[in-house]
Structures are given as structure tokens and as C-alpha cells.
Design a protein around this ligand. Structure first.
Ligand SMILES: [Zn+2]
Length: 475
């Protein structure tokens, strides 16, 4: 019997507000344990939550960017359970009336474009963290009350590759819209995967297993692949798949049972009595909509169709919004997309990687960078010298490149008489190359050009050098 898998993903994304969801505590990472807390997020009796409006704004922006139907009425609910990292013994979340429904994320598997559908997005608070030591377990509540959105896809994927792309593209959209830093190492983006298998063609879905603890997209992919094989083998061995939550064991590359899965009724959801419902007007939705960034995939397609860039160049330029912005701002000053793309993906990227910084910290202003490109373009300086000599000085000083060229004596030599002298000297020293050239062996030209470049310290204009050699040989 042949089987097929059904996969749905739940992504928890920390919204990038400075303060928590229902109190004024900061959301700073890696602080002294329990230093970012107050009676509200510690769950003291008698305290009342107050909604951080910025959270709602970021959440709606994320929902709009993902193409969701934003709900004008939504509300908060209590999800009741006891755990040491949850001092209130309930989590404030959204149950039957989340703020966003539907929407989707585009994926492209080997040229087949399609949209993975979303079920919903809800706003909720994070719990604290347990730290297990040899002497016992410790509780750090700095994260308690941190604002999250949970993005729930439909069970609309069937391979780990689709899941991986879904996550990559979702993350890109969230980062483009600056609603989250999406740092997986810091827990800003976490993913649970629901996986089931069924005989091909069967309508009814198989029993689903939820895999938690997936803090990298590659782990998601590996855990899905592992689960699909495990479940198919189990069924083939005559066993029943039990509905359970499993953990991904990074070291051994396997999933391990964690607990049997609770149903919604186990949580005794009920409306949060201390918070009013969330009401949005069309005008407010429109206002937030106007701040949503152009979708990264659309931008990439535009770079290909309008600017005639290759798929490869367009991918690199749209990988991160600040790079795409730098590129487009530079383009306004210097209208040669392919040239700029080459500089960004080679020289500039190497520099950023070496310094481990983003393009937003790149020290050269767009004005100075484009000035350099214009000086190459009009022949004031040759490209090799620009890359090897001027660019390193430019990133150090962010000076006007004309000044650097002037003070370092790096301007290209375009004076025909001067170049002719170098050519004649080179020919005098290399009679064999001259004879070869006269006999139609064009390859011999290289050695003469090389000698001229050496004599001129790389500054002679190569086009003029070539022309003068041709003139002499043909005369
Ligand atoms: Zn607090």
C-alpha cells in the first residue's frame, strides 16, 4: 500500500515590541532571571492586564502581510492549565474569535507555484522558562507575558520540502514587515509540526502526531521526514498511531513520545473577563495596510521582469529587505541594475560577511558608492583598481571616492601619448610577441598588455592600450 503524508505547521512568532503584552515590563533577551517582571506578569492576585496597543498593531500588520481576513471583532480567552512556568495557571490567548483568519504563503517547488493556506492567527502571551539543574528546577519568568502570534496553517502540505519553504517564506514576510526579528536561537520563532499519514486517495486524515521543540527549519524538515517513515512502518506492522505530542531529539535525529495529546476540552477555555474585546474599524485596518511592505516574492519577480536581472541576482537582492532597499536606492543614482547587483553580491557582501554586519551597518553611503560606480563607468578609474584599491579605502573612511582617487594617485591613465610610450617599450622588450601578432596570433597581445599594465601600475586604460597595439601592428 502506498501512503501520503499530511502536514500542518504552527509557528509561534514573538512580536518585536519593547514591552510585554499586558504590562510595561521590557522584552529584552538574556537578562538576569526574573528581573524583567512585575506583579501583572508574575500573576499576583488582584492585578489586571492592560493591552499593549503596539502588539495589536504589529499583529494586524503581520496578518495583512500574509493576506489574512482581519476580523473587526475578536477577543481574548483563558486557556487553563497548571505548569510551574505559568504562575496564573492560565494563558491569555484567543480561542473561538482570533483576530485573523485564512490567508496563505506562496511556495514554489521545482517551478510549481502554489499557496499554502492558513487557518488562523491568534495573539497570545508566552510562558516563562524552566531551567533544570542538578539541584532542582528553577523558574525564570522574564519571558512570561511576552507577546506572540501563533500562525496556524491548514493541513495543506505533504512533504518536508514544502514545509521548509513555507517557513522560509513566512519568516521573510515577517522580517520584511519588521514585526519580529525572527531570531530562532533566542526563541523569537518556534515551530510545531502536525504530521499524519494515510493511504493514498483516502479522504479521511490519519491520526495526527504533534512534534514540538523544533528550533531550526532544518530540524522541522528532518523531524517530518522521520515521522512519515515511522508512522508508515508502524501502520505496516499492524500498530495503531496514537494521538500524542512528541519531542525532536536533536542528538539522535529521532522523535520521542512526550505526552498524550490533550483535546481543547481539557483546557476549559472561557472568555477573558479582565480584557475588553478587540474592535477594529475599516479605517484603522486601511491605515495599517498602508504600512505593509511589498511582498518579497513580488519584489523578486519585479526585479526579474522590470530590471531584467537573473533569478539568481534577484534572489540575493531580495533575501533581506535592507539589501533590496539599498539596491533600489542606489539604482535611483546609477541606473545599471546588473552592475549594482554584481557589486552587492560580491564586494559588498564579502565585506559584510567578514565584519559580520548587515547592510544597514554598511559604512559607505549610497552617494559615495554610486559616485565610485560612475567614475568607473566614465573611465576615470578602471574597475580592477576601484575594487582592489579604492573600495577598501572607501569602507574605511566613507570619503568621497574622487578625493581618494586624487590623493592616492589612482586615476586611470587615458593619455594616448603616455600609453603609446609604454606600448613601444613593451614591444621593444618582447620582439617574439610582436612577430606572433604580425603573424595573426592574437593571443600574443596579452603579454604586451600585461607589460603595459605593469609599467603603468595598473592605471593605463585597457581599451586605449589595446587600440594602440592594434594601430602599431597594422601600420
Ligand atoms: Zn510585567
Amino acid at each position: 500500500m502506498e501512503f501520503e503524508a499530511t502536514i500542518g505547521l504552527e509557528v509561534h512568532c514573538q512580536l518585536g515590541t519593547n514591552t510585554k503584552l499586558f504590562c510595561g515590563c521590557t522584552t529584552l533577551f538574556a537578562q538576569e532571571p526574573n528581573s524583567q517582571t512585575c506583579p501583572v506578569c508574575l500573576g499576583h492576585p488582584g492585578t489586571l492586564p492592560v493591552l499593549n496597543k503596539k502588539v495589536f498593531e504589529y499583529a494586524v500588520k503581520a496578518g495583512l502581510a500574509i493576506g489574512c481576513d482581519i476580523q473587526k471583532f475578536s477577543k481574548f480567552d483563558r486557556k487553563n492549565y497548571y505548569y510551574p512556568d505559568l504562575p496564573k495557571a492560565y494563558q491569555i490567548t484567543q480561542f473561538d474569535k482570533p483576530f485573523a483568519l485564512k490567508g496563505g504563503i506562496e511556495i514554489n517547488i521545482k517551478g510549481n507555484k502554489r499557496v499554502v493556506k492558513l487557518e488562523r492567527i491568534q495573539i497570545e502571551e508566552d510562558a516563562g522558562k524552566l531551567i533544570h539543574t542538578a539541584d532542582g528546577s528553577l523558574v525564570d519568568l522574564n519571558r512570561a507575558g511576552t507577546p506572540l502570534i501563533e500562525i496556524v496553517s491548514d493541513p495543506d502540505m505533504s512533504t518536508s520540502e514544502e514545509a521548509y519553504q513555507y517557513l522560509v517564506n513566512l519568516k521573510k514576510i515577517l522580517k520584511y514587515n519588521e514585526v519580529s526579528d525572527c531570531e530562532m536561537q533566542e526563541g523569537s520563532l518556534r515551530c510545531d509540526a502536525n504530521i499524519s499519514v494515510k493511504p493514498i486517495g483516502q479522504k479521511e486524515l490519519g491520526t495526527k502526531v504533534e512534534v514540538k521543540n523544533l528550533n531550526s527549519f532544518r530540524y522541522v524538515q528532518a523531524a517530518i521526514d522521520y515521522e512519515i517513515v515511522r508512522q508508515i512502518q508502524d501502520i505496516q506492522n499492524g500498530n495503531k498511531i496514537s494521538q500524542e505530542t512528541r519531542l525532536w531529539d536533536v542528538d539522535n535525529g529521532v522523535t520521542e513520545p512526550m505526552r498524550s495529546k490533550e483535546g481543547a476540552h481539557d483546557y476549559r477555555f472561557f472568555p477573558e473577563p479582565d480584557l475588553p474585546p478587540l474592535i477594529l474599524t475599516d479605517k484603522e485596518i486601511e491605515k495599517i495596510k498602508s504600512t505593509v511592505a511589498e511582498p518579497p516574492l513580488k519584489r523578486k519577480e519585479r526585479f526579474i521582469s522590470e530590471l531584467k536581472l537573473s533569478e539568481y541576482d534577484a534572489s540575493i537582492l531580495t533575501e533581506e529587505k535592507p539589501i533590496a532597499d539599498y539596491f533600489e536606492n542606489a539604482l535611483k543614482e546609477f541606473n545599471k541594475p546588473k552592475e549594482i547587483a554584481n557589486w552587492i553580491s560580491n564586494d559588498i557582501s564579502s565585506y559584510l560577511n567578514e565584519k559580520k554586519i548587515g547592510i544597514d551597518q554598511f559604512p559607505v553611503s549610497i552617494e559615495n558608492m554610486t559616485s565610485l560606480w560612475k567614475l568607473i563607468d566614465d573611465g576615470t578609474i578602471n574597475k580592477k583598481i576601484a575594487k582592489e584599491k579604492v573600495f577598501p579605502l572607501l569602507v574605511e573612511s566613507n570619503k568621497n571616492p574622487s578625493e581618494i582617487i586624487e590623493s592616492e594617485g589612482l586615476a586611470g591613465k587615458n593619455d594616448s601619448d603616455e600609453i603609446r610610450k609604454w606600448v613601444e617599450e613593451a614591444m621593444a622588450k618582447n620582439q617574439k610577441a610582436v612577430d606572433d601578432l604580425k603573424n595573426g596570433k592574437d593571443k600574443a597581445k596579452g603579454s604586451i598588455v600585461g607589460m603595459v599594465m605593469k609599467a603603468s601600475k595598473g592605471l593605463a586604460n585597457p581599451q586605449i592600450v589595446n587600440k594602440i597595439i592594434d594601430d602599431i601592428i597594422n601600420s
